[in-house]
Design a protein. Sequence first.
Length: 387
Amino acid sequence: MPATLLILPVVGRLHAPRIQNQIDQLVDQLTVHGLKVHLHDIHYPGSSPPEIDEGAYDAVVVLAGSGGISRTLVSILSHRRWVLWAYRGNNSLPAALSAREKLRSSNAWRGFLATSPEQVVWIARLLHAVHSGIRLTVVNPRSERLQELRALEKYGFRIESRHVAKSALEAATPSPHKLPPPPKDAASALKLLSVLRQNPFDALTVDCFPLLTELGVTPCLALAALIEDDIPAICEADVAATLVATAVQIAIRTPFWMANLVEADAINNRLLFAHCTIAPSLTADLHYTPHFESGFPLAVRGYVKPGPVTILYAPADLSYITTFYGEILSEQPLRNDACRTQAWVRPSVTVDRILRTVGNHHILVLGRYSRLADAIGWVFNIPVHPL
């Protein structure tokens, strides 16, 4: 089922004659993304408070339709976890900012200020996923790692542990995929992909090293194939990376790359990221090599496409999310002492500042996604600390 949301337009009476077409256009910008949108009648200042059954929708969006409505917005939004949407024109943003300022001063602001249709879409998709329950399959986890991942249950995840035995792998048939043709020794990796796909899930994470030890095959190729299919697939059963990567995939529906920060070059203000599970669509070239730590087949090596990148990180306790922008450089590093896919990034802030804040396992998304971390943090009630 699609995410559903209610749009409540609030418009000053002087502006009303010229606003209706604008409202219709804004609604169209949401429905084109597959959302089910219910449009409430226009609410005018001085009218009786609207009666809204907010439980009937994934999100309630109050549209600041014009200027001169800030006090009305305050009365509607006080202590409500609703979205306040400001668009370009008709003094929408000034009214929204004024209302938020008033609500903050009285400690009554609980909302999210969206300034683009995309941000409204992200919020709706994320809330719909949380309300529906995010089915997370954890593959071959150690008991302590599975216990750590259960912390995600309070964020709407439904955890299911699954053990893949060697006998199941041997009996499987290699799965179809969108990867470039792999070598003959990829049969076991493609069988693993087939086994993983047997049960339905919304997201998947693998406790990689127990699986490596037991099965003698890496999950790198299987995870890359799942990510290419727009399925959040995270290695190493990392709690924070699982939440952030899953949220990114749900919100923007584009592949991500989870990577280690393996070198920090403060002199040239650049960072080297590396990991072996990258979707082909994120690379200019992709081929296969033995896995870095184990030497087992197979790892994925690609040259990440240069251009803007959005980078997100959260610590294991999910006490905050941080984010910064950068530029993937055109250099093609080929270090043998790191995971196989590698990329230099020039961040928008200094390397020293980043190192004071982050740990390991970053989520990289090609492109600049303004306030993506803010949307994720708001839905999951996690503070966001932009760098």
